[in-house]
Ligand binder design. Structure first.
Ligand code: AMP
Ligand code: MG
Length: 417
């Protein structure tokens, strides 16, 4: 008997590459236009909808960077008479007699007549007299007005995600409210007659719905409002009903029902109410991914039903698409390059993502190995993984010690946006 070849070619000419699919998504998905003004206190994770210019220079005055003495550098060769003080929030006099200095604290205003601050560790104080032990350079420890930002300067671009640093920057400039895009409304549903919600008893042939918790968590974000549409039966009319309930959504995401089986009605419904852009990607897992529109202003992703495929297509397509809709970049985070600790096999013809774990060996060197069974229904090997290994389309596998591209989950676990 003749054995089948060990390497089977998986090429499918009707399947798009990941790059082509992302370009198509970028080309047809509209960006959110509606903006709203909100208080900065509630703006964490929202996306700025306008360029923000600095209303003032920061720091607003010449400020000391040290606790010490404000003085003229030209006077430093002599013992200086201590004359007054300038404390943070309590500025002293701007005048300084030649040969004198002023006690100053960090953040306090430097008197106009002083050009330098000497830190207190570098002076000797004795009965009202200050002697400089280490000669300072002119201007030392003086923060100039506008050294952080100048009035009128661009502070934050439109399309920036407002994280802790951005909110601190706005506050430092006295800005208390900000123009942001409204939240993106994303509706989720799981299709499948076999699906039950956890907490209920399974009848024969039923399984629990893992995809809604998966998607809800992967799309939890300050800039997104998730609309949970529950489990949907395998019929076109049931799906149409859900779409009616999802009328206000900018994006609908369903899982299941996208392969070419009998119960695969998602594509029929899209064809009737909107349009299909693509429905097959040359990747594993996750080949049957449908993307299109379910209405004039409503984008639609039909994810594969197997949970690992749903997770991967969400990472690679849905999250980037949402970033784009919110005015941000579609680009994925950069991969790491790590040596393999296991041999990997693969059929050529599509890009493959293997669930993997990166860890240090006994010498402290980082390496990456598979987490085991890679079938697309196996969530336990996703649970044990902390990264994905990417094997290119033409690859037939990789040997121990070979360097492979690795996408850590910590990158993906960043806010979606
Ligand atoms: P489908 O794409 O509908 O043909 O589903 C492919 C496989 O994924 C089938 O084994 C389904 O039972 C399974 N599946 C579909 N949806 C879910 C879900 N929400 N949770 C867990 N498994 C699912
Ligand atoms: Mg199904």
């Amino acid at each position: 008997m003749k054995l089948p070849p060990r390497v089977i070619n998986d090429t499918d000419p009707s399947a798009l590459s990941i790059e082509e699919a992302l370009l198509r998504i970028r080309d047809v998905l509209p960006r959110l236009q509606d903006a709203q003004e909100i208080d900065c206190l509630g703006a964490l994770g929202r996306i700025s909808a306008a360029d923000i210019h600095s209303p003032m220079s920061v720091p607003p005055f010449r400020a000391s960077a040290m606790d010490g003495y404000a003085l003229r550098v030209a006077d430093c060769h002599q013992a200086l008479k201590l004359d007054g003080q300038s404390m943070a929030g309590h500025p002293g006099s701007d005048r300084l007699e030649p040969g004198s200095c002023q006690r100053i604290t960090t953040g306090a205003r430097v008197p106009d007549d002083a050009d330098t601050v000497v830190q207190q560790e570098n002076v000797e104080y004795n009965d009202g007299t200050v002697t400089i032990k280490i000669m300072p350079q002119m201007g030392l420890h003086v923060r100039n007005p506008g050294s952080d930002s100048k009035q009128g300067e661009l502070l934050i671009d439109s399309g920036t995600r407002l994280g802790p640093s951005q909110l601190a920057l706005l506050a430092a400039h006295g800005i208390s409210s900000v123009q942001v895009y409204r939240k993106l409304v994303v509706a989720l549903l799981s299709t499948g007659d076999e699906l039950r919600k956890p907490g209920n008893r399974l009848e024969a042939g039923q399984i629990y719905d893992a995809n809604r918790p998966l998607l809800q968590s992967m799309l939890q974000d300050h800039a997104i409002e998730v609309l949970d549409l529950g489990i949907c039966k395998d019929s076109e009319s049931a799906l149409e009903q859900r779409l009616t309930a999802a009328q206000d959504a900018d994006l609908v995401i369903s899982s299941g029902g996208v392969s070419v089986g009998e119960a695969d009605h998602v594509r029929h419904v899209l064809e009737r109410h909107g349009q299909i852009n693509f429905w097959k990607i040359a990747m594993k897992p996750g080949r049957p991914l449908t993307f299109g529109f379910s209405g004039p202003d409503q984008a639609y992703f039909g994810l594969p039903g197997n949970p690992v495929s749903a997770a991967l297509t969400t990472l690679l397509f849905v999250q980037p698409a949402i970033r784009h809709m919110l005015g941000r970049t579609l680009a994925l985070p950069p991969p790491l390059l790590l040596p393999l600790s296991d041999e990997l096999r693969k059929n050529p013809g599509r890009v493959e993502y293997q669930r993997a774990i990166m860890q240090q060996d006994s010498q402290g060197n980082w390496q990456v190995g598979t987490t085991g069974l890679q079938d697309s229904h196996v969530l336990s090997s996703l649970h044990r993984a902390n990264c994905l290994i990417e094997l290119e389309t033409g690859s037939t596998g990789a040997a121990v010690g070979e360097t492979v591209k690795v996408y850590p989950f910590t990158n993906f676990a960043e806010p979606v946006l």
